[in-house]
Design a protein around this ligand. Sequence first.
Ligand SMILES: CC(C)(COP(=O)(O)OP(=O)(O)OC[C@H]1O[C@@H](n2cnc3c(N)ncnc32)[C@H](O)[C@@H]1OP(=O)(O)O)[C@@H](O)C(=O)NCCC(=O)NCCS
Length: 204
Amino acid sequence: MSHFSSRLFLRPLAEADMPALFDICLRTADGGKDATALFSDARLPGFIWAAPYGQFEPDFAFILADGDKAVGYVIGAPDTGAFLDRLDAEWWPYVREELKTIAPSRPLDEMALARIHAPERTKGWLLKDYPAHLHINIVEEAQSSGWGRKMIEAELNALKSHGVAGVHLGVHPLNERAKGFYRHIGFEDLSRDGNVIFAMKLNG
Ligand SMILES: CC(C)(COP(=O)(O)OP(=O)(O)OC[C@H]1O[C@@H](n2cnc3c(N)ncnc32)[C@H](O)[C@@H]1OP(=O)(O)O)[C@@H](O)C(=O)NCCC(=O)NCCS
């Protein structure tokens, strides 16, 4: 383990980490690479893939820290159906209001706005055996440090302690690195209909 990676540590999310969730999400939102140039509002990816987890599921959110700086996160929801219902009621109306004056001009604006205005529902077949889902994002300088594996373990332990039967996650089709990572650490590839999906049973 390098000197840099040995000084990193994992800790529970704190309220003060919300800006870091937005920032890390933006810096990894282009299939794992920096997407800063691709969104006209820097909060767009974080509104979808990071901040609501900090807001509504803080017990399943962990920060990879370098001193007082956040360099990665793993976040999740134990009951995806209930989480998405909550976003419909309490999150998307707020986000739409925040973005009501946005004029889409960058390459990924339209995709993000479509997800915010018509959020996707997870398929029933997936929720039955794998009701939880997670996201993991580490900034480039802290990747390949062995922390990705440890962060996934922390998230799986939190979900197992909560009695969750299984967990799934979606991967950008071009994110070959993440696909290799999930396969290597024991996730099953359940991809279908053009969606790249990995999953793992946790209890029983
Ligand atoms: C994907 C990501 C979470 C992986 O974390 P990481 O810290 O880089 O990975 P680690 O160093 O912990 O690797 C863990 C193990 O997986 C292996 N591994 C990593 N990437 C691999 C790949 N593409 N193929 C095969 N094995 C891989 C490592 O060799 C290591 O093996 P070992 O523990 O048996 O020695 C991280 O690179 C990342 O955040 N990328 C940007 C954001 C992103 O793409 N997130 C996923 C969105 S779905």
